[in-house]
Design a protein around this ligand. Structure first.
Ligand SMILES: [Zn+2]
Length: 414
């Protein structure tokens, strides 16, 4: 059949009411990841594709996305040999091929990879199913199996040069964190940024796949449920207690332990961070023409947890982790100095307008849970991935294989 004719038929179907007989959507959905792609996006389908749509514009997006009443677009396909430009135009999804073919709809569109080979989005390979949702411009979702997702996250969050046992420990942590976090965003499970876990599609290096497949289905549990297996790049010598970094209930598997990240790439910050008085007061949200008082507060071991920030109109408690976020620091493991003179702030101090502050520090990330560079060092010493996990998450967690059907709901805490 002539290609242009196929597209005429296809467009006709999209513009007509949906077919009365619903076709079951693909049944392999495990989790939904929102992709942070800014249109226009370049799309290539790596194999044959079948298209699904919704009978009406279900807006706003309602959870869960995969439960929407998808119906196959009869005869609907797009030619996978072509490269498509995907973007929103006047509330519609528009796919335009490099040959001038056009597909457009104002309804959500699901692209199912018939042979499982997936898609390329801006050159990155994504497995599973792609959903285009015309809201806030255009939203991209990837519905992906747990193991493929873990594979993608591992490739985005770890280095291929790390020992295999360290990568396996990372894979188990990622898988556990993922199951703990399902539904975190309500209408979808996880985003693809550092807010949840970085996910940039599937990596080409074989070692990531090996690490995932040799630990397939294995998760860390506490009291019968997957744990919140947070991880970070490098703590700077010692990991942190969860409640001291984020407040909340102390968790027995997120205790402060010795780290072995001294030879890691992120052990020492590569630079110091200096802020002017204007930058400082704007960032902290306090008046620039008033004195500012910083009062450190500590845990029973004498480790500083953060500062009280007091000015005539403001009084707030900021933990080290909040300083990291506000000032875009590599980690929450920092020393704070008054400039000029580089006098460290170790007790309450009053700053006058014009003062500058300097941060120096160690590590990268929040410092809780598994340290990735520490895991690499322990693997280099001969630790197995199970031993690495036990070091960072403690003796109370159990490594077990997920049995039976993985549930989409977050398992209940006992
Ligand atoms: Zn997120």
């Amino acid at each position: 059949m002539n290609r242009r004719l196929v597209f005429l038929l296809f467009l006709g179907v999209l513009l007509m009411p949906p077919a009365p007989v619903a076709t079951e959507p693909p049944a392999v959905v495990v989790l939904t990841v929102k992709l942070s792609l800014a249109p226009p996006v370049t799309l290539r389908c790596r194999g044959p594709v079948r298209l699904y749509s919704l009978p009406e514009k279900v807006l706003p997006l309602t959870p869960p996305l995969s439960a929407a009443p998808w119906r196959e677009v009869h005869g609907g396909t797009i030619f996978h040999q072509l490269t498509w430009r995907v973007e929103p135009v006047d509330g519609r999804i528009v796919l335009a091929s490099e040959q001038g073919d056009l597909v457009t709809t104002d309804l959500p569109l699901m692209l199912w990879s018939a042979d499982g080979s997936g898609f390329e989005l801006n050159g990155a390979v994504y497995p599973g199913t792609l959903v285009l949702w015309p809201e806030d411009g255009l939203l991209f979702f990837n519905e992906v199996s747990l193991e493929d997702y873990v594979w993608g996250v591992l490739g985005s969050e770890a280095y291929a040069g790390w020992p295999l046992e360290a990568l396996k420990a990372n894979a188990v942590a990622i898988r556990s964190y993922t199951l703990y976090s399902l539904g975190r965003h309500g209408c979808y499970d996880l985003c693809d940024t550092i807010h949840c876990q970085v996910y940039r599609g599937l990596p080409p290096e074989a070692v990531f796949r090996t690490a995932v497949w040799t630990t397939a289905g294995e998760i860390l549990c506490w009291q019968g449920a997957p744990i919140n297996a947070v991880y970070h790049s490098s703590s700077g010598g010692r990991t942190r207690n969860n409640e001291e970094v984020w407040a909340g209930t102390p968790l027995p598997y997120l205790r402060s332990v010795e780290d072995f990240d001294h030879d890691g790439r992120n052990y020492q910050w590569p630079q110091e961070y200096q802020f002017s008085w204007v930058e400082l007061t704007e960032t902290l949200g306090v008046a620039a023409d008033q004195e500012l008082r910083l009062v450190p507060f500590f845990n029973p071991a004498g480790e500083r947890l953060g500062f009280w920030v007091n000015s005539p109109f403001t009084e707030k408690q900021l933990r080290n982790e909040e300083f990291r976020r506000l000032f875009s620091l590599p980690s929450a493991n920092f020393h704070l100095f008054i400039q000029p003179g580089k006098a460290e702030i170790t007790q309450a101090v009053t700053l006058t307008p014009g003062t500058e502050l300097l941060f120096t520090g160690k590590g990268a990330g929040h410092g809780v849970g598994l340290s990735q560079w520490g895991a690499a060092a322990l693997a280099g010493r001969g630790y197995s991935y199970g031993q690495i996990l036990q070091h960072y998450y403690g003796p109370e967690v159990v490594l077990r294989s997920a049995s039976g059907q993985l549930r989409k709901e977050k398992p209940a805490t006992q």
